[in-house]
Design a binder for this molecule. Structure first.
Ligand code: FDA
Length: 305
C-alpha cells in the first residue's frame, strides 16, 4: 500500500519539488546515489572495482520531453565514458541508459540516434551499454531500439521485468547466443491488466523467467537482492552447466553491500548499478517504495535535523 503511494508520488512534479526542497534530503539520497558528477561516479568505480566488483554507471534522469535535456544526457554519458577509457577496465565498467532520458517520449528515432551515440562512445571506451526498462508502455519501443542497436553494437543488453505478463515470451525471443539480459522484478506501478501485483506472484514469475534465461544461450544478469532467488540462481547455474563467468549478479549501489562483497569473494561475478547526478528524485522514490524501512530512515533523518 505504502509502496503504491510512493510510486504514484514518484511521478508527481509537486511532490518532487517538496521532497527535493528538504535540506537534509541530500544526506539520505547519498545512501543510494554515488554523487552529483562524473568525478564522484569515477571515485565509486575505483572503490568498487578495487573490491573486485564490476559496475554499471547510470546518469540519473528520466522522462524528459525537452530535446536540449535529452542531448545533455548524451553528453554526460560521453564525458563519463571518455573518463573511463584510461582506467582500462573494459567491460568491468559499463553504462546503463534509460531511453526516456534521451528522448523516447518525444520521438522514437531521436532516442535511437542518441542511444547509438552512447553505444559508439562506449565502444571507444572498450565497454558496452545496457538499456534499463521503464514503464510497460515503453517496452515495445525499447526492444525495437535494442534490436536496431545490436546490428552495430552486438553486446548491447537490456533489462526485462519479471512482473510483466509478457516477459516470459520476451525472454524466449532474447535467449540467443550473444544476448545480454538483466532480469529484474520491476520497479514501476503497473496495472493488473499487464503485471502481477502480489509479491509472491512476482517472485514466482521471476523464477520462471530465470529458468528461461539460465537455460538459454545468452548471458544472464541476475539483478536482485533477494537471497531466495540468489540460491535458486546457484541451483540453475549448476543444473545448466554454467560456470561462474557464465552469468553475473547485479545489485544496486548502497543496497546489501555485504552480500555484494560476499558473493564476489566466493568467486561470483557481481556488478553494482551506480547512479550519479542531480536528477535523483524518481530513482530515490522507487528505492523508498521497495522497502518501508527506507521511509522510516528518511523520516528519522528529517526529525533529527
Ligand atoms: P525485493 O524487493 O523482494 O528485496 C529483497 C531484499 O533486498 C529485501 O528484503 C531487502 O533486504 C533488500 N532490498 C531490496 N530493495 C531494497 C531497497 N530499496 N532498500 C534496502 N534494501 C532493499 N527495475 C526496473 O523496473 N527496470 C530496470 O531497468 C531496473 N534495473 C535494475 C538494475 C539492478 C542492478 C537492480 C538490482 C535492480 C533494478 N531494478 C530495475 C529494480 C528492480 O526491479 C527491483 O525493484 C529491485 O531490485 C528490488 O527487488 P529485489 O529483487 O531486490 O527484491
Amino acid at each position: 500500500m505504502l509502496g503504491s503511494i510512493l510510486l504514484a508520488v514518484s511521478r508527481s512534479p509537486l511532490a518532487r519539488r517538496a521532497v527535493s526542497g528538504f535540506p537534509v534530503t541530500r544526506h539520505v539520497v547519498d545512501r543510494f546515489v554515488a554523487g552529483e558528477d562524473a568525478g564522484d561516479a569515477l571515485s565509486a568505480v575505483q572503490r568498487l572495482t578495487d573490491a573486485r566488483l564490476s559496475v554499471t554507471l547510470d546518469h540519473l534522469g528520466e522522462e524528459t520531453k525537452d530535446t536540449r535535456a535529452a542531448a545533455e544526457t548524451v553528453k554526460a554519458y560521453a564525458t563519463v565514458l571518455d573518463a573511463l577509457r584510461p582506467l582500462g577496465l573494459g567491460g568491468r565498467a559499463e553504462v546503463s541508459v534509460k531511453l526516456s532520458a534521451v528522448g523516447q517520449a518525444l520521438d522514437h528515432s531521436l532516442a535511437l540516434d542518441h542511444a547509438r551515440e552512447i553505444c559508439a562512445a562506449a565502444r571507444e571506451a572498450g565497454t558496452t551499454v545496457t538499456l534499463d526498462m521503464e514503464d510497460h508502455t515503453t517496452v515495445d519501443s525499447t526492444l525495437s531500439i535494442l534490436r536496431t542497436l545490436r546490428e552495430d553494437f552486438p553486446s548491447t543488453g537490456v533489462a526485462i521485468q519479471a512482473y510483466l505478463f509478457r516477459s516470459e515470451a520476451d525472454l524466449r525471443d532474447l535467449s540467443y547466443e550473444g544476448s545480454r539480459v538483466r532480469l529484474v522484478k520491476g520497479a514501476y506501478a503497473e496495472p493488473a491488466s499487464v503485471a502481477h501485483q502480489s509479491k509472491i506472484e512476482v517472485d514466482k514469475a521471476y523464477v520462471r523467467c530465470l529458468r528461461i534465461l539460465m537455460e538459454g544461450k545468452g548471458y544472464p544478469m541476475v539483478a536482485t537482492h533477494d537471497d531466495r532467488l540468489i540460491s535458486i540462481t546457484e541451483l540453475l547455474a549448476d543444473r545448466n552447466g554454467r560456470e561462474r563467468d557464465g552469468f553475473e549478479y547485479q545489485m544496486l549501489y548502497g543496497i546489501r553491500t555485504d552480500k555484494q562483497e560476499a558473493l564476489a569473494r566466493a568467486g561470483s561475478s557481481v556488478r553494482v548499478y551506480v547512479p550519479y547526478g542531480d536528477d535523483w528524485y524518481g530513482y530515490f522514490m522507487r528505492r523508498l517504495a521497495e522497502r518501508p524501512a527506507n521511509v522510516a530512515f528518511f523520516l528519522r533523518s528529517l526529525r533529527s535535523k
